[in-house]
Each structure stands twice: as structure tokens, then as C-alpha cells.
Design a protein around this ligand. Structure first.
Ligand SMILES: Cc1cc2nc3c(=O)[nH]c(=O)nc-3n(C[C@H](O)[C@H](O)[C@H](O)COP(=O)(O)O)c2cc1C
Length: 317
């Protein structure tokens, strides 16, 4: 599949996940077959104003064959300045967030609020495309803002008209946040409204949910977010590659990757949230999760990883 001039090695991607799609999560997703992964959403204004936190979020490693950044903002000038910022030079693809439901973002006219203002959405996408040069720009959106609304076919067509090269569409509205079922038919209408690739998103967690989404929506690919937390091998599973993976080993690798970027204490804090997912479903997982939350540094995290491995092999054998 191609997104603009970028050849991508498959049709399964991991979208932006604030607080989770860090360098370790992205590297593991790529290893297990994701064709693209994205940084968490980055404030265009924060980047332009030079916040140190924003620069940390832009860290990447060589384990990411294609580097994709997601930006949020509603001011086209800031979006263009952000895309042209030296810190974004290393990214191969720029994604624009038109889906975030969080009140703080929406009240600034950003994220899913852009679905209520298509002229503004077009200006934002056009500004990103202008700044991006030959690099493709993609847009991630929801179906609409209010209950029952279906704006995404128009929003996607508008984004395509302004140069967006792919659309990722979460089959919920802003009002839904993350609850209720995903409206696959809404995704299908979005797919039918554009000629660029469309990735279906929402509640795809395994081969069965992927196949159902693919069949109903006719989308070109799928975006898996929460289903990849603690289970970065979900991509292999869907691709039909057997993935028999020790979560303790994954925790060690994940921690080692984020430790290259962040100080030990920060990396340990980040890892705790991931361990809650790595431990999910394992016998004794809850107790391991509780111990993980008390972790203060590398030694504690590695100890928890050993416990996860023991629990995993005890269950397996
Ligand atoms: C904790 C969390 C953080 C998220 N952060 C972002 C983000 O930064 N940018 C974005 O476009 N979507 C974000 N999302 C939405 C996901 O990318 C995805 O659209 C949504 O979770 C539905 O897909 P899923 O069912 O595969 O998780 C986030 C979701 C969650 C649960």
C-alpha cells in the first residue's frame, strides 16, 4: 500500500495513543508487523513555543523504519510552523488530529471540534500539506461530534481535497468518547467518500474483529490502539503469524528502549502503566500490577518482569 509517495509494508497500523505510544511501544508494534506507528498527539503551539516536554515526546529510535508524528491544533499558521520546525524534519509522515474528544482540547476548537468547522479543518490540513513538502499528511478523525451525526464522509473528502493522503477513522462520535459500539457502517460511508486509503479504527483487538471490520467497512486497512497495549503482537496474530510471547521479556525490552530516552525514575513511571496491560489476563496479574505500581526504578521493574515471565510460563506449562 502507498500513502502518498510512501510505500508501507502492510495495512495494519498503530495510531497515536497519548501516554502510551512511546518509543518502546512503537518499536515493538513495528517488530510484530505494524506498518506504521505514530507518536502521541503533539501540540503545534507547544512545539512552536519550544516546550521541553514536547521535545521528549518527539524522541524516535532506529527501531522505527517509518517515523510518523501526530499534531493537534486549530490555527493553520501554527500547524504550518510546527510542520516546518527542525524537530519534525526526521518524520516521514504528519498526521493531523481531528478526533480528540477531551474537553480541554475541544474547547480550543482542536481535535474533534474541527469536525464542526470544516472550513477550519481544510485550512489546517492545507497548512500541514504546504509545510510538509513531499511528505504525506494523513488525518485522523471520528465519525462526527454529536449523537448520530455522520460528518466524516464530508470531512474526509474535504481533507483529501486539501491534499491528505490517507484517513484514519474511529467509528465513534465525540459524544461517545470510548463507550458504546463502533459504527462500522459510518466508517464504510467514509471509505466510499474518498479515493485515498482509509484505515478503520475502533475495538479491533484480534483477527475476528479485524475481519469483521474489513468486511463491513471495505476499508483499506485497520488502526489498532488499545488492542496493542500489552499485546504489541496483536499485529502478528492478525497477520496469521503465531506469536507466543513472554510478557516479562516484552516488559524488559520495552523498558530498555524508553530508558534510553528518559531518566530511570521517569521511565519506571511510564512502564507501570504499560505493565498494567502486560499483566492483563495472567493468573496473578492483578497482584503483579499492584507491585509494579510501587516500582521506583530499573531494579523493581526488572523484578516485576521476572514475575510476569514466571506467571506466564506457569500458565503455559
Ligand atoms: C489513552 C488514550 C489516548 C489516546 N490518545 C490519542 C492521541 O493522542 N491521538 C489520537 O488521534 N487518538 C488518541 N486516542 C484514540 C485512539 O487512537 C483510537 O482512536 C481509539 O482508542 C479507538 O481505537 P481502539 O479501539 O483500537 O483503541 C487515544 C485513546 C486512548 C484510549
Amino acid at each position: 500500500m502507498k500513502i502518498g509517495n510512501l510505500e508501507i509494508g502492510g495495512n495494519l497500523i498503530m495510531p497515536a495513543i497519548a501516554g502510551y505510544s512511546d518509543v518502546g511501544q512503537r518499536a515493538l508494534a513495528y517488530r510484530f508487523g505494524a506498518a506504521l506507528t505514530f507518536t502521541e498527539m503533539i501540540s503545534a503551539k507547544g512545539l512552536v513555543y519550544g516546550s521541553a516536554h514536547t521535545e521528549d515526546l518527539l524522541s524516535t529510535t532506529d527501531a522505527e523504519p517509518i517515523k510518523c508524528v501526530q499534531l493537534f491544533g486549530s490555527d493553520p499558521e501554527f500547524i504550518k510552523k510546527a510542520v516546518l520546525h527542525p524537530a519534525l524534519k526526521k518524520f516521514d509522515l504528519i498526521d493531523i488530529n481531528c478526533g480528540c474528544p477531551v474537553p480541554k482540547i475541544v474547547s480550543n476548537g482542536e481535535g474533534s471540534a474541527l469536525l464542526k468547522d470544516i472550513p477550519r479543518l481544510k485550512e489546517v490540513v492545507a497548512a500541514a500539506v504546504e509545510g510538509a513538502g513531499s511528505r504525506p499528511v494523513t488525518v485522523k478523525m471520528r465519525l462526527g461530534f454529536d449523537e448520530g451525526e455522520l460528518i466524516s464522509p464530508y470531512a474526509a473528502a474535504a481533507a483529501e481535497e486539501c491534499g491528505a493522503r490517507a484517513i484514519i477513522v474511529h467509528g465513534r462520535r465525540r459524544v461517545d468518547f470510548y463507550s458504546g459500539s463502533v459504527d462500522l457502517l459510518g466508517i464504510r460511508e467514509t471509505k466510499n467518500a474518498v479515493s485515498v486509503p482509509v484505515f478503520a479504527n475502533g475495538d479491533i483487538v484480534d483477527k475476528a474483529s479485524y475481519e469483521r471490520a474489513a468486511e463491513v467497512t471495505g476499508a483499506d486497512g485497520a488502526a489498532i490502539a488499545r488492542g496493542a497495549l500489552g499485546r504489541p503482537y496483536v499485529f502478528s496474530e492478525i497477520l496469521g503469524i503465531r506469536a507466543d510471547v513472554d510478557p516479562g521479556q516484552l516488559v524488559k525490552e520495552h523498558f530498555s528502549m524508553i530508558s534510553k530516552i528518559y531518566p530511570e525514575r521517569v521511565a519506571a513511571d511510564m512502564m507501570k502503566k504499560h505493565i498494567a496491560f502486560y499483566a492483563k489476563g495472567l493468573r496473578g496479574g492483578k497482584a503483579i500490577k499492584v507491585r509494579a505500581f510501587a516500582a521506583k526504578g530499573k531494579e523493581d521493574i526488572l523484578h516485576v518482569a521476572e514475575e510476569l515471565s514466571r506467571a506466564y510460563f506457569a500458565e503455559k506449562n
